[in-house]
Design a protein around this ligand. Sequence first.
Ligand code: CO
Length: 152
Amino acid sequence: MAKRNIVKMGDPLLKKICKPVEKFDAKLHQLLDDMLDTLNAVEGLGLAAPQVGILKRVAIVLWEDELYELVNPVLVKSSGSCLDNEGCLSVPGFRGIVRRPETIDIEYYDRNGNKQQLHAEGYFARVFLHEMDHLDGILFADKMVRKIIDED
Ligand code: CO
């Protein structure tokens, strides 16, 4: 396992549409393990593969000590609408207020290629949506309704 460098806003890699994973092999497992190492080394709730320079539809979310490994995630259903603030490891220096659905249902594959379903609400849902946006080349900074400058 190894920590990888985090790509920062301004790098064209973060604007690309990522490709679906086709092989649930050792290389995918290595990527997921390295992404967890990378996330554990900083303070973050999630990390998407393009943030470590890999243009694959892979993301991880850490929520209440639970790790979610998402491969080829798809938003199946969403409802409601709410505003809250978000930051991103690829966007140092500021946070932003972003409008997102309140509740979501997603489908994805785990690292072994088993299909999973998940229902999420509130900020938990927001973290998944933020990471899934990365897979389509979208940063919170592209859709925020207001920018929040860090005070420290
Ligand atoms: Co992000």
